[in-house]
Design a protein around this ligand. Sequence first.
Ligand SMILES: [Zn+2]
Ligand SMILES: [Zn+2]
Ligand SMILES: [Zn+2]
Ligand SMILES: [Zn+2]
Length: 741
Amino acid sequence: MFDLAEAFSRQSDLIQLTTYENEFETIKSLHTLPKDKQRHFNALTIQLLDNLEQPANKESCAQTSRSLREEGNRVYKSKCDKNAAEAKECLLAACRIYTQAILEAEDALDELALGFANRGMALQDFGYFQQAYDDCACALEFGYPHRLQHKLVMRQAHCAWQLGNVQQLAEHLSILKKLPLNDGYAKQLEQLKQQLEILEANPNNEQLPAIPAVHRVNHKILSTPAKGRHMIATTALMKDELIFTEQAQCFVPIEQRLICQQCAASLLCAPIPCPACHQRVVYCSRNCRQLHAKIHSYECGAYRRNLLSMLGVSHLALRLLVKHLPEWMKQLPTENSRNAKELWQALVYPTTTEDSPSLQSLRMITQLHKAPQEELVYHALCANLLQVYLFSCTSFYEDLKMANQTDWHLVIAALILRNAGQLLVNGHVGNALVIHALPSNEFPLLQPDMWQRPYHLKRGYLHKFSSRELITAINLPLLSLCNHACNPSLRTTFDGCMVNNYAAFDIAAGEEIFNCYSLDYKHSLSEQRQQQLLEIYKFRCDCSKCVRPEADADYFNFHRYRCEQCKQSFVPKVNLNWWQQSDEMLSICCTACEETQQLTWYDQFLQLLERCDEPRDRRKLFEAFAALNTWLLDFNSLKLSLAKELIGGCFAAKDAGATFADYDYAELCKIIEFELAGIAAQRGSNSLQYISNATYLLDMIAWGKHKANAKQLQAMRSSFAFLAKETREIFVNYYNDFIEQ
Ligand SMILES: [Zn+2]
Ligand SMILES: [Zn+2]
Ligand SMILES: [Zn+2]
Ligand SMILES: [Zn+2]
């Protein structure tokens, strides 16, 4: 047995890259080794793919799934002797366990079908009708026992009725009419028939959602010899005005969190897994699964081998290829007798002036030619591995009818390498609000204690959404056209695959629109940024923030201390973020008297943080926080960070049952307001950081422990517009339920 690292290390010993010319020549040198070496090199790839195969044990999957489902059944039934609110908790708890049963079933299809059927029942009872409808369809698809199918069809009819879907209701009723039904079901059928008549007589008059006004075109792409392609504003733009929206054609989930592979939804209540790749791929709905089916057929085997999580940027490079190649191939002239090099040339340098997202992706810049040899070898080996995988484990080559396969081997690997190189400097990461410390295979909407009904939280639970997480690696060719500045003119928000870019400040007509590729000028030292930009993007920044005399002035504003010795204010010369580093020896010195600071107040504060649950200790903690004002000035980053820890600690203590007095609430509110003001100064009051931390204040208001004025409320309410749609619905419901009823 050997793993990826071992295989790559043996393979790199066999190859020798000459001076870099392009991706094609690099891959060619892997494919044209001396005969013996080539045989050995190829065998290593195949052996690796074989080794990574992880067969599932169907019997044990079935057993685990069955016992989970039985546990789910017990929880589901226990609702009968509970009050209404507790019964709802039982329903969600059952959904959660059934979901685990569905995931664990993998390809034990009988169990899978039963898991879906039971979850559908619990989802319907809770009010997730669309998801319940889908679950019934999944149960039928995976072989739910024939003699019981009428139960599921009846449930689908019920859900269709609840959803007001006349066509589906009629369809299911016509199936039911042909089935032998007992008295109970026959009665239900009669009732649903009447409901159908009512629906048909009163077609849903609900207004269709207004089609959003076409955004005025307020930017354009220019191309100049000095700047290359870049974006400018064609009209004056106000702060927070939408500049452009980009629908990503291609993304991959990062880390292990299970999000919808098609639409990047992260708040799933009824995830539908692919049963063949070991619980690594889920969808939010059958519709999304259907839309993604072709792409997944090329990736399923790689997920099953857990290959993709090891390959980093090459996974997105692979998806870019399988998604866009059919379109790229349309650029090829029709005659077939082309060799590999001609194919490559025609694909990579198309003559068309068309500007579809797929062709934009082909034109993104790459810095692979400047990469160190080791990095180049690594990405080339990844590309080669994925090409061999596509050829030997999927139907990719057959589907695209690639005539002369040997030529295509080379071209496909070279295209993956090219995509990877482009994505290294053009790839973006998308974020979402998630529940703090929720394991990656748990789902926020299925946490039993949090929800009163679908998408409506219970009072005091909004702060659960105070964590942000990077969830997607995403290709955005249009955003990639923006040049870099350390004070970006746009602010990017992610709504799954929809990416909105708003003006970060007022922009004049004709001004260039900049994105920021690194941390911005308020979050980093200019020298650190320069290093990073040089290393990854191969340029030095000369934006207005970098060339001014005191380039770090704004950053220093968040690092002011008062000296313990001479009492003067200072910004440390080194170790600005000493408290984030693990090295305990790090310290800071006063720049006026050069005295090393003892920082005893810091250690004392950390000790108090451990004991937020005791009223007496909490009082000391609040006093210690107020005392930090002596040493940490203005919006000192350390003070903001300690505020965050304190707020998180107190809410965790409260969630665990600690009792809070009015004094606690009042102190905590002051600290939350301080933290929010700091975040507003550093990132703006419409940033995701601001909104996620405002959840604490909103919970305080919901509990009646804080009075916000109308202006503050209005500001918070309108900031929800910058959230992803699925999260926005939850926030707006919360606001209407508990803040301004
Ligand atoms: Zn989806
Ligand atoms: Zn799969
Ligand atoms: Zn700069
Ligand atoms: Zn001093």
